[in-house]
Design a protein around this ligand. Sequence first.
Ligand SMILES: [Zn+2]
Ligand SMILES: [Zn+2]
Length: 329
Amino acid sequence: MEKSDLKQKYVNERIVESNGCNAYDGKVVWSPVKSLWITSMYFIAIVGGILTFSISAFLIFLASTAVTLCLGHSLGMHRRLIHQSYQCPKWLEYCLVHFGVIVGLAGPKGMMHTHDMRDWAQRQNKCHDYFGHQQPFFIDAIWQLHCDLELKSPPKFIPEESFTNDRVYQWMEKTWMWQQLPWALLFFYWGGIAWVVWGICVRVAVSVTGHWLIGYFAHNEGDRDWHVEGASVQGYNIRFAALITMGESWHNNHHAFPGSALLGIEKNQVDPGWWVLRVLEKLGFVWNLKLPEDLPGRIELKNINFLETKSHSNEKSAIAKIPGLPDEI
Ligand SMILES: [Zn+2]
Ligand SMILES: [Zn+2]
């Protein structure tokens, strides 16, 4: 059988579509929990941050942000829990996901739901501006940081039973905000109130804002090598943000190969999350790291093989203009 015969359309099995469900008909509503949480973090970060600034507090902010974004958000929550792009022992998965929870965005189920719904919506031929970050910058900021989208006819979100029945994840979901507390106590013990303000509140405020910023730019402008046909929203690679996002800003690659543990797939694309995974692999803590070539071929995936900036309107004609390209993988 030809390799092309094996290609299939990518589907996320946790999202179950039913007749009439769609990704565009809905309204943006204020989310009190999300809004009050981030507003109080901003308030303490700005007022408390100025009042308590010290070099050691700033260093604890940098170190805790790097650890939670890399080990937690990127490796635990995203590459392992959501995409299962590598294998590891359960105890390590719990630790990594806990670090992901204390980034301050949501619990494990909440993150999986937000990620999967957005990812599904962006692959539809039409989706609400909320999912695609398609409104102007400041409107998108208010929407993403303070509001939720209520779809009129959403698909069903059905996570794997092994996840739904997992007591540890059920507990993490219920207590996601409170999981900052043991770290706050530890920071207080080590460095006083300044370490709590910088290690918890400034970190959460910066991480949540950074997460939105990258989401905004990674769906609006940057370089692309890949085009997902039929998708209303494409991902873009944000080169300058690769280091601080632990490789997550290679978002065009991620739209093309969602199940890959490696996000910086080209030689010159730095991917700190991948470096950490390779070290963990050498130490025997993780295995079966999936690469793009290990994933099933996608019938809707085209290689553009040239760089472009934001140009939603001429994406298709741009592809058609390049003769003789190996346009599929
Ligand atoms: Zn995306
Ligand atoms: Zn993803």
